[in-house]
Design a protein around this ligand. Structure first.
Ligand SMILES: Cc1cc2nc3c(=O)[nH]c(=O)nc-3n(C[C@H](O)[C@H](O)[C@H](O)COP(=O)(O)OP(=O)(O)OC[C@H]3O[C@@H](n4cnc5c(N)ncnc54)[C@H](O)[C@@H]3O)c2cc1C
Length: 470
């Protein structure tokens, strides 16, 4: 019977396994085995609990507009567990001179689409506001080569916009910097909008008009999560998988193409498979494929990753009453802090904290502060508490704290990433029975990872002739 190995049991690998399990249930004849290095499955999806509060160690939700994660949740029977972010309370602040300044209404990602709130906002200087007005008349521009997000945003709105919005927004999503990330890979819509409309502001408005529903249906929430946290998605998937096919604490050390298949070495064991799906970070995939194809390994190793630290602090009712409304704040680089952002979790989602508790989740690390990973939990907590004191005057002692470190977990799509992907795809074609999935390639968010795992599984099945989408 044909055999498929999956390497990596994060959400990408579990999505691949679920797709294989579905096809097996539908009668396709093959076996699969999932190898996971860690003692648990789920990768960076981890939900913890303390004092009646639900704590996300990694992702807390996913973008609603990308359907693949929610679709998977519905497939595994968690449709009624999906929850929306409390968008009626959505408000995000930017830290400017140790004060929270609210982001003006009408900003779509970083593009202003409403004139009055932007003009009246104390966030931007007069000079930047003039740039925003001028941006409206930006001529269409088809870039001949890739560039950084910072370069594009600066061309449209000036350097202040990069510092106040582009950089902090990207460090929130990618743990990366606007000066390093590729506009084509990270914000392909922006590149298209610029080519077609010139002005990003006019393009966003046109897109919004097109999307506006004639039935006046309420707009969908920006983020979707699960009542019991992101771990619920992992547990839901595990319930649908054959447990005997899941090998935890089994780091794969080597992959060797052999006799039209693959030899997979994990620990002291080597096993033969017809196809392999690598759903581990690109740097791990590179190490595995070194002896199979050193050019492919070099390309995979060229995809940079940054690290991330999340710190959650729980407080009592008096703190909850004293904290500002809204989802939280972003910290621009010019603020000279180590914290990148903080979320007021009790405001962002229901079911996260009892009414008498406040939950603040802070982010540190990213491409500009890898050193934070080497600090002890106590040192990190010290930094976070001092910065919360200075930024939002939060002096109270927390009831509980949690620190989570994620080393080399966030892929950085730097300039030229799409060209690198094309080279990786071409090299993979020379290695039959190999598919790559995970956040290193075509999207870092949970929905993109779900899609990548599903597509990788579908690809190997159809290549093996076991099952075809057609
Ligand atoms: C702190 C944080 C917050 C985030 N917030 C959000 C968010 O709110 N929304 C969102 O959409 N996305 C968010 N993301 C991004 C998203 O969660 C990740 O990109 C995604 O979960 C990655 O899934 P994955 O399966 O590709 O990788 P991982 O979760 O990293 O899993 C890869 C797995 O491969 C295993 N592995 C590695 N090498 C081997 C080997 N040799 N053999 C066997 N196993 C191996 C690892 O142990 C790991 O379990 C966040 C990420 C982090 C770190």
């Amino acid at each position: 019977m044909p055999r498929i190995a999956i390497i990596g049991g994060g959400i990408s690998g579990l999505s691949a396994a679920f797709t294989l399990a579905e096809k097996r249930q539908a009668g396709a004849g093959f076996e699969y085995v999932l190898f996971e290095a860690a003692p648990r499955l789920g990768g960076v999806l981890v939900t913890d609990r303390a004092d009646g509060c639900l704590i996300e160690a990694g992702p807390d939700s996913f973008l609603t507009e990308k359907p693949w994660a929610a679709d998977l949740c519905r497939k595994i029977g968690l449709g009624d567990q999906l929850i929306d972010s409390n968008d009626a309370d959505r408000k995000t602040y930017i830290v400017v001179r140790n004060k929270l300044v609210v982001m003006p209404d009408g900003l779509m990602f970083m593009v202003p689409t409403k004139i009055l709130p932007t003009v009246l906002s104390p966030l931007f200087s007069f000079r930047t506001k003039m740039r925003m007005a001028g941006e409206w008349f930006h001529p269409p521009h088809k870039a001949t080569s890739d560039e950084t997000v910072a370069q594009m945003v600066e061309r449209h709105y000036g350097a202040e916009m990069v510092d106040l919005l582009a950089d902090p927004l990207l460090s929130g999503v990618y743990g990366g910097e606007a000066t390093g990330l590729s506009v084509r890979a990270v914000l392909p819509r922006f590149a298209d909008m610029e080519a077609k409309h010139g002005s990003l502001g006019r393009a966003m408005l046109a897109a919004r008009k097109k999307m506006a529903s004639p039935t006046n249906a309420a707009p969908r929430a920006l983020f979707t999560s699960l009542k019991e946290g992101m771990q619920q998605m992992v547990d839901g998937l595990l319930d649908r998988l054959d447990r005997s096919a899941l090998r935890v604490s089994s780091p794969v050390q080597l992959l060797i193409p052999q006799d039209g298949g693959w030899t997979v070495s994990a620990g002291y064991q080597s096993d033969q498979f017809d196809a392999v799906i690598i759903a581990a970070p690109a740097h791990a995939a590179a190490a595995l494929l070194e002896s199979a194809d050193e050019n492919l390994a070099r390309e995979l190793a060229g995809i940079d990753y940054s690290s991330s630290v999340t710190v959650t602090l729980g407080y009592d009712e008096s703190v909850r009453r004293s904290l500002p409304p809204g989802f939280g704040f972003l910290v621009p680089r010019s603020a000279g802090r180590r914290m990148l952002a903080a979320t007021f979790v009790h405001n962002k989602f229901p079911h996260r904290a009892p009414d008498n508790r406040a939950l603040v989740r802070c982010f540190l690390g990213g491409a500009r502060d890898e050193q934070i990973l080497d600090a002890s939990d106590e040192q990190i907590l010290g930094i976070v508490r001092e910065e919360l004191r200075q930024i939002i005057s939060l002096n109270a002692d927390p009831l509980f704290t949690r620190v989570y470190k994620w080393r080399a977990a966030m892929a950085q799509y730097s300039v030229g990433h799409l060209d690198r992907l094309a080279r990786i795809q071409a090299l993979c074609q020379k290695l039959p029975g190999l598919a790559l999935a995970g956040n290193g390639f075509s999207g870092i968010g949970v929905p993109d990872c779900v899609r990548s795992g599903t597509e990788a599984a579908t690809k190997v099945l159809s290549e093996m002739g076991v099952w075809s989408a057609a």
